[in-house]
Ligand binder design. Sequence first.
Ligand code: GLN
Length: 256
Amino acid sequence: MSAPTLRVVHLYPRLMNIYGDRGNIMCLRHRCEARGIGFELTELGIGDRFDSAAADLIFAGGAQDREQRNVVEDLLATKADAVREAVEAAVVLLAVCGAYQLFGRFYREATGMELPGVGIFDLHTEHPGEKAKRLIGNIVAELVGPLPSSGQGGHPPITIVGFENHGGRTYLAPGVRPLAKVRSGHGNNGRDGAEGAVYRNAYGTYIHGSLLPKNPAFADHLIGLALRRRYGDVELARIDNRAEELAHRAALRLRP
Ligand code: GLN
């Protein structure tokens, strides 16, 4: 069998890419190419249609309220149905912060305007207004449930680290699985100790930083999920993680 290829679709890379979220794409590319796995990137912006059969992994990053208002109409009109179809077909999705919010039921942003969401995650988000304290800082959280081994000796529980900066407070509907439990930092709303959300192979998170370079086991979990969905049994070879593990440990030391 020729080497597998990971097909990644990056939604709104120019409008939704704050706090280094593009670093997640660079990490996915590196962790594939270092293993001789092909990497194909498609960037989709305003007016571009999304083909649910063309993606193994979908990524969307964070944005300020203004960009979210600029994106949401196009997201719902040209991409939402196909993204929902892809997620129901077990395509992997990673949505960070502003994208995470827009993939819920709705986001009531700082002006009180309610932005309708794609509805992949059964959750909603409310921003208490520009004068409200933002949820900012370093975050350490523990993944809920083990990650199947991703060829990097993945073992439960796995700690994920990064940086968060959001005004919106996200509330999961009863029964929705959070991505992680907050150990230090704010997470979804600074109150219930939940961070992120999981639905099938779709992952939402508030963690910027970028998330994946600082959390190689989680990055490999996503790559492994996406490749196994398309190629069947794929084992990810071990690769040099020293830089990522240094970044992970440095971020752990930053926690308040
Ligand atoms: N604008 C949203 C909020 O303030 C998302 C911010 C972000 O993506 N970092 O909550």
